[in-house]
Design a protein around this ligand. Structure first.
Ligand SMILES: [Zn+2]
Length: 306
């Protein structure tokens, strides 16, 4: 009886089990795939771990040590300290590719296109400060009976181009009195030597932040030029301690040399972000006279157009 009942119970659900099997597999195929992936992952990681330990065991079994034998006479080859080799100049840095500085570079930078400046501190003043008619409409001062600037300025700037292979940018050479007032109306600028062709402001392209090197080269010019040989008044530069600049200027018998830092002495002609140098002529070697500002020379000594 019991056997019969059991067999009956076993027999009864048989059709349902047969039908349920494939249905559950169809419903959840992802579980099957997940199992395979999991198995593969475990297998691969397990294998790689095993391989590593096996490899390490082999390495240790096979590795050998060797002694390095040295004698007392052994020495290491000395390594020479690296020497600085200055790079060869680029072709465009050759002095022959630079335009030679002439008096034309010194022409007045005034322009009739510049708007007049009205003095805000003096509203009663009716006539505003106007710029000149332009450097191409009036000439340079007459020096040694010809329209020119002092030749030492031209010579020094050409020397700098030759020594550095870099271009000298003249920001201010000659200033006629109108442009001098327009560019810098300060009282102390009224006697500027720019007006008599005896002063230049400039910087060297590519060496903008090294004005002291340029100052050194200017002093070197006096050492190298035979004309000044053995004359201490030209070879030795003194310092000038009453300057408006942070670096004390230098002077010898012939020139006065000043470095204007980035934030110093900015005027209408020096609206650039670089330090610049100023050279003033103090002594004319040709006429053997001191060079000083003179109103007549500044105002009457240069040719003007109509
Ligand atoms: Zn001018």
């Amino acid at each position: 009886m019991f056997f019969e009942a059991c067999s009956a119970q076993q027999r009864l659900p048989a059709p349902s089990r047969v039908s349920a099997g494939p249905k559950s597999q169809l419903l959840n195929p992802f579980a099957y795939i997940r199992k395979i992936v999991l198995f593969l992952l475990i297998f691969s990681f397990g294998c790689s771990g095993m391989e590593q330990t096996e490899r390490e065991k082999l390495r240790r079994a096979n590795c050998k040590g060797e002694y390095i034998y040295r004698s007392k006479e052994d020495f290491f080859y000395p390594i020479a300290a690296p020497a600085h080799t200055p790079r060869a100049p680029y072709p465009w840095e050759s002095e022959s590719n630079l335009p030679r500085i002439t008096k034309e570079f010194f022409r007045c930078k005034g322009s009739p296109l510049n708007p007049p400046i009205v003095d805000a501190s003096d509203p009663e003043k009716i006539t505003p400060c106007s710029d000149c008619e332009g450097g191409n409409r009036h000439g340079l001062p007459v020096i040694h009976n010809q329209e020119n600037v002092y030749p030492i300025l031209v010579d020094l700037l050409n020397y700098l181009q030759k020594k550095t292979g870099k271009r000298v940018i003249v920001t201010c050479g000659h200033r006629c009195p109108s442009h001098n007032t327009y560019a810098d109306p300060a009282k102390e600028n009224r006697t500027s030597k720019h007006q008599i062709g005896a002063e230049v402001d400039f910087y060297v392209q590519g060496m903008e932040d090294r004005p002291q090197e340029i100052a050194g080269l200017i002093m070197q010019y006096y050492q190298e030029t035979p004309l000044y040989k053995a004359d201490k008044e030209y070879l030795e530069f003194k310092r000038y301690d009453k300057s408006d600049t942070s670096i004390q200027p230098w002077l010898n018998k012939e020139i006065f040399l000043k470095i204007n830092q980035k934030n110093e002495n900015r005027d209408g002609d020096n609206r650039h972000p670089h330090p610049y140098l100023t050279i003033q002529v103090r002594y004319d070697m040709k006429t053997k006279e001191r060079v000083q500002y003179d109103w007549t020379r500044a105002n009457k000594n240069y040719p003007r157009g109509n």
